[in-house]
Design a protein around this ligand. Structure first.
Ligand code: SF4
Length: 913
């Protein structure tokens, strides 16, 4: 560790744009792994700082008024840094700011801990400073202050360097080569690791090794599933304090009956039933008895992982057998080693791509499944992934050198072929249904968990889209010059190898393709310009009805889109020609396969544009989503079926013998009518069952409804928000334990979040929201770990959060979660219902809102010892007639409804008792 010294640096700034200035610098010197010195100072900017920056950093204009300018501290900073290299998290941000005030640090080596973390820890959920710190269990007093963040970046560097020792010297050398001299900082650290200068911190190899259990492969010797759950049964013997739950056994029997009688079933299983055991056990027995495959589909990855990594191993332990269970995801979720090896040797145009490839290279040395889900990729990295993922069009199958042993996709496939239970997700199940069971193994029986999400997921899966940005990327994938695009590489191959044959026709077409991709790219830019400059629409999502199609602006836009479609079609013709000319040349098979893949995507785009431009199908909704961001403008063209029930009925329920739908929320006010209708199950003889939660909601929970908060639809947004903020502040003073605030809009979330953060009376509260304070996972972890945490969240926070005990005792629902009626699919559904003489609000919007409301409420009581209060700040729940339906959809319990003052007094007493 000798001579390994560096300075960690962090800046706080007035903002992110070009005119922003540095307001704080923090430097921390590390020598041989120890902090030896610190330097921190505030700097006076030329303009006052904004409220947001004051709130984010805690640095106020008052604090900055007498502080020096950069010129006055530059000498001290340079002196402190001396000959050391610099370390920062997202270093390009800091080095960019530093280069605006001095050029004396430009030549230094900068190590970016964000990039280093990506390659040393390829699979952690997030790479924000706080998330990596949490991974290493490093504590910090307060983020967003320069000295603290700098110290954390330095400690993270040391931990990351230690972590790199898990990789072989050969792999580290490959990492260095993959960097292609594009990143001095990473190369410097990797070389240091290689030469073991920092070997003092030798890595504990055992940390990441899982324990593999070896069970025999004998058959599951159980005849009656319900016997296993009875006291004294096999399952009870695996628990210390086993609780027999009658409703769990009843649910198991309904699953059994559905399979036996070839019927579909809807089962609502209240929280605490243990529903996954109630369907896994009968599914396993059924699959074995009948030698048939049973598919289990979940909506979230979390549940999929829980089933595969927790529930199945638990059952294997109980039954002492290896169970024939496999996970299947879409093929493009798995890596194609052959494509990866090809990409590795190409020169990269973006250094981000080099980092991505090293991350993949390191991950490949440890992954068992090669599933991209392990990587938590960002949006731009998904584009890179697309070039290395397994695809049927690009696969060489038996001709591939990896086919028999190393191909992880093939390994997973072979395993799933031998398995009777296949765990998958809604998306793949629906894609498979869309194309006649060509993706999953043949099956007749399925269990769909988290089925309350099936309608939304099916709408998405049966929709088609053309992403204009992706069209440009596709053009770049074909032709980018410098031997990078596929066409460029083909061109290089045929012009440099005399012995491949005569390629005059190919060369002619290649030139045309090169020209046409350029024209296509400019055509896309023209269309985007037309859309954004003409202000044809001010919405993020614009539904295109027949009315729009008649207006002059839209006529012009659609004509342009039609022209674009013609260009794409022409390009496809040339590509197909080139493919057919090269078809017989084995040496070019790789390229041809890649071209096949691109032609497939292009064909799908043409088909979608045809449907969109025609726009005549009354059962379809057409819309354009626009992103108006400053650096990134994009348009996505969508088409989707308005009503999904008949499609599910035809493609899924008609085809299968028995499908069991289950979730904690499938009924509205005790009826499954909405679920049956929306999923296309009307007319089937279905089993319906509700397994009530074993929890004592009456004694353990309280519902509070303050009656004096204005109706959100009858008051201004500002007044309403102010009122809500005041109420939340009072609730937070009364509440004991963790609090979850559920919202329906990001705009309102931000207003409430900053108002709470600013309030000095709430200094002892750990107020968090994802995006600002870390990822969803990090924020939920803090809610679990620290009982003074208050989390604000939208959408995904309404479900899937399982926090028990004092860590979550209060759930606040700010507004009833109605879907915005302006969203294209929602608007089209409401119009359709109106056409059919139905009241869209009551048959669609209301039941959907109630199901989501029940999901939100479900976050409160997670086990039999749990307790807590639900506070509903939307007075429509009492002032409107439909409000009763929300309340009657919840399990029976105590409700307090009064003025806010009285409600919060009662809440305080209840909490203290
Ligand atoms: S067998 Fe197919 S998917 Fe697997 S590595 Fe080879 S080409 Fe890729």
């Amino acid at each position: 560790m000798k001579n390994f010294s560096f300075v960690a640096l962090d800046l706080e700034t007035t903002g992110l744009d070009e005119s922003a200035e540095i307001i704080e610098i923090g430097l921390v010197k590390f020598i041989d792994g120890e902090i030896t010195d610190k330097y921190q100072t505030l700097l006076k900017p030329s303009k006052p700082i904004s409220k947001e920056i004051e709130e984010l950093t805690g640095i106020t204009n008052e604090m900055l008024k007498d502080k020096p300018k950069w010129a006055m501290i530059e000498h001290d900073v340079l002196d402190f840094i001396g000959q050391d290299f610099l370390v920062a998290h997202n270093a390009s941000f800091d080095s960019g700011f530093i280069s605006r005030v001095t050029d004396k640090l430009i030549e230094k080596i900068w190590v970016d801990t964000y990039q280093l973390a990506k390659i040393a820890l390829p699979t952690i959920p997030n790479y924000k400073l706080a998330d990596i710190a949490q991974f290493f269990n490093l504590k910090i007093e307060k983020y967003h202050r320069a000295a603290n963040d700098a110290e954390m970046a330095g400690k993270i560097l040391l931990n990351l360097a230690k972590t790199l020792f898990k990789y072989s010297p050969f792999l580290i050398q490959e990492n260095i080569e993959l960097l292609q001299n594009t990143n001095d900082g990473l190369t410097y650290i990797l070389k240091n690791v290689q030469t073991k200068i920092i070997s003092k911190f030798s890595y504990d190899e055992n940390i990441h090794q899982g324990q593999e259990q070896n069970y025999s492969n004998t058959a599951l010797n159980i005849k009656e599933g319900s016997e296993t759950l009875k006291p004294g049964g096999i399952i009870s013997s695996c628990y210390n304090n086993y609780e027999y739950r009658v409703e769990q056994v009843n649910m198991l029997k309904v699953v059994d009956k559905a399979f036996l009688e070839n019927k579909h079933a809807i089962i609502e299983a209240g929280t605490g039933i243990g529903k996954s055991m109630a369907y896994l056990i009968p599914a396993l027995i059924w699959a074995q008895k009948k030698e048939k495959k049973v598919i289990i589909a979940t909506h979230t990855i979390a549940l999929q992982e829980q089933l595969f990594k927790k529930e199945v191993p638990f059952l294997e332990k109980c039954f002492e057998v290896k169970l024939p269970v496999a996970i299947i995801k879409g093929r493009n979720n798995y890596i194609c080693k052959r494509r990866f090896e090809k990409i590795k040797v190409l020169k990269k145009t973006e250094s981000k791509e080099n980092i991505f490839l090293i991350q993949i290279n390191n991950w490949l040395s440890e992954t068992k499944y090669g599933d991209k889900e392990e990587l938590n990729l960002k949006k731009y990295e998904n584009e890179y992934w697309h070039q290395i993922s397994s695809q049927s069009e690009t696969c060489l199958a038996r001709k591939c050198p990896f086919f028999y042993k190393e191909c992880l996709y093939m390994k997973n496939k072979r395993h799933s072929e031998k398995s009777n239970i296949i765990i998958t997700n809604h998306a793949l199940l629906l894609q498979d249904a869309k194309i006649n069971n060509k993706l999953l193994p043949e099956y007749d029986y399925a269990i769909i968990d988290e089925a309350h999400n099936l309608e939304e997921e099916a709408t998405e899966q049966f929709a088609t889209k053309v992403d204009l940005l992706k069209v440009i990327k596709l053009c770049n994938q074909l032709c980018k010059g410098k031997n990078i695009g596929i066409i460029d590489r083909i061109n290089f191959q045929i012009t440099s190898s005399d012995n491949l044959g005569n390629f005059d026709l190919v060369k002619e077409n290649i030139q045309i393709i090169k020209d046409e991709t350029q024209i296509l790219k400019s055509k896309v830019l023209e269309i985007k310009e037309l859309f954004f400059n003409s202000r044809i629409s001010n919405f993020d999502e614009t539904r295109i009805t027949q009315k729009e199609r008649m207006s002059p602006e839209w006529i012009c836009f659609l004509e342009q889109l039609d022209e674009l479609k013609n260009f794409i079609t022409s390009l496809k013709v040339k590509l197909v020609k080139v493919i057919s000319y090269l078809d017989s040349i084995e040496k070019l098979e790789d390229y041809n396969k890649e071209m096949d893949f691109i032609v497939k995507i292009i064909s799908e785009n043409i088909e979608t544009l045809n449907i969109f431009l025609e726009g005549k199908n009354p059962n379809y909704v057409y819309w354009i989503a626009s992103n108006k961001g400053n650096n990134f403008q994009n348009l996505i063209i969508f088409t989707a079926p308005i009503e999904i029930g008949s499609i599910l009925s035809k493609n899924l329920f008609n085809d299968k013998k028995s499908i069991v739908l289950t979730s904690a929320t499938l009924s509205v006010a005790g009826s499954f009518d909405y679920t049956i209708k929306s999923l296309g199950l009307k007319g089937y003889d279905i089993l319906q069952f509700t397994a009530n939660s074993p929890f004592n909601y009456k004694n353990k929970s309280l519902i509070c409804i303050p009656s004096d908060i204005p109706d959100p639809t009858l008051t201004s947004e500002d007044n309403y928000t102010k009122e809500i903020i005041n109420n939340i502040k009072t609730i937070l003073k009364v509440a004991k334990g963790g609090v979850l605030i559920l919202l329906t809009s990001n705009k309102m979330l931000n207003k409430i979040y900053y108002a709470l953060k600013k309030d000095s009376n709430l200094k002892d509260k750990n107020i968090l929201t994802p995006g600002i304070d870390g990822s969803r996972t990090t924020v939920i972890k803090q809610l679990k770990d620290n009982i003074s945490t208050v989390v604000l969240g939208v959408n995904s926070f309404w479900e899937g959060i399982d926090v028990k005990g004092d860590a979550l005792t209060t759930v606040i629902i700010v507004k009833l979660p109605f879907v915005p009626p302006t969203r294209p699919v929602v608007a089209a559904r409401l119009d359709k219902l109106k056409e059919n003489g139905e009241m869209g609000f009551f048959v669609y919007s209301l039941p959907k809102a109630i199901l989501k409301f029940r999901q939100g409420y479900g976050r409160l009581i997670r086990d039999k010892n749990d307790w807590g209060a639900l506070i509903i700040l939307d007075q429509r729940i009492i002032s409107k007639n439909y409000g009763k339906q929300f309340l009657s959809s919840l399990p029976s319990q105590r409700i307090i409804q009064d003025t806010s003052k009285k409600v919060y007094n009662s809440l305080e007493k209840w909490v203290n008792n």
